[in-house]
Design a binder for this molecule. Structure first.
Ligand SMILES: Nc1ncnc2c1ncn2[C@@H]1O[C@H](COP(=O)(O)OP(=O)(O)O)[C@@H](O)[C@H]1O
Ligand SMILES: [Mg+2]
Length: 233
């Protein structure tokens, strides 16, 4: 087991958002976290990454408890988080953004990122602010890879992107997965989810209400209707 999240509770001020989230996954697994808007998906990723501190419960990564560690310490253990708004530094160039996350022991160095996403090489001296949404997402993923992820957490990585860019990013996520990196994916596009994932969790009002493997999830329309609602695809 690479990640074991047990009964975490998370608050924003007095709002009790995560009400006991429990999830686990094995080395190299790709797992999605699905649910309606406001269900607590982003907050769960933030709690694992240490961006918001869980008030109760435990997060164990690779055998060690992460509770109370600052987010940069959690990242240096290999839990790499690509947040929804990608965290690109607008005034730094593409290459400067990539070097921020760089670790010498990562299997992905600058040239590897430029091979995976040739567009970033073309844009390497451009500022973050000049990139399209798709390029920003590639940059955010590239930066996470240079940080040597053992668990890559992505929050809606293809939201709002053109289909051709979605395909390019999904193809790269498949290769990252093949390289043995565990992936925790929050994504509204169910087709993308079922293409990539081994298993799925659904969260509702801060509690996990469903867990199933990809084949049973893909086959069961009633689950999607009940928990995700029509029009989520
Ligand atoms: N920074 C914040 N301050 C206060 N409430 C927040 C904040 N971020 C999210 N929330 C609330 O927490 C709940 C869960 O949000 P979030 O985890 O972003 O949901 P999801 O990612 O599933 O759409 C929502 O009700 C949202 O309004
Ligand atoms: Mg969200």
């Amino acid at each position: 087991m690479i990640l074991d999240v047990q009964d975490i509770h998370g608050f924003y001020g007095k709002s009790h958002i995560l009400q006991g989230v429990t999830l686990q996954f094995a080395e190299g697994e790709t797992v999605t976290l699905l649910g309606r808007n406001g269900a607590g998906k982003s907050t769960t990723l933030k709690a694992i990454a240490g961006v918001v501190a869980p008030q109760r419960g435990t997060v164990t990564f690779n055998g060690a408890k992460l509770g109370g560690l600052p987010s940069h310490k959690i990242a240096s253990r290999g839990v790499c988080f690509v947040p929804e708004h990608r965290g690109i530094f607008r005034l730094l160039t593409v290459e400067e953004n990539l070097r921020l996350g760089a670790r010498k022991d990562s299997p992905w160095q600058l040239d590897d990122i430029y091979r995976i996403f040739p567009r970033l090489k073309e844009r390497r001296t451009n500022g973050g602010a000049q990139l399209s949404g798709g390029e920003q997402q590639m940059l955010a993923i590239g930066r996470a890879l240079m940080n040597h992820p053992r668990l890559l957490m992505l929050d809606e990585p293809v939201e709002g992107l053109a289909p051709v860019i979605v395909e390019e990013i999904v193809a790269q996520l498949k290769l990252i997965r093949q390289a043995g990196v565990a992936i925790l994916l929050v994504e509204q596009n169910l087709e993308v989810c079922t293409q990539l994932a081994d298993r799925h969790y659904i969260i509702e009002q801060g509690v996990i209400v469903y867990s199933g493997d990809n084949a049973s999830f893909a086959a069961d329309e009633s689950i999607k209707d009940r928990y995700l609602g029509v029009g989520v695809v």
